[in-house]
Write a protein that binds this ligand. Sequence first.
Ligand SMILES: [Zn+2]
Length: 53
Amino acid sequence: MPKPPRRGPRKMFRPQPGERWICAKCGGEIEELPFIPSSNRPVYHRECLPPRP
Ligand SMILES: [Zn+2]
């Protein structure tokens, strides 16, 4: 059976009050992400994401 296409709005997460997500590339604040970042990993704006090999 073919899988249904996974489209449509994705759930987006925002930082908790007092928490800040800072882009590791441009240093700007990130308002929302499609996942919850772990504190020991860098996060990026979508347009700042390093290209995948
Ligand atoms: Zn950025």
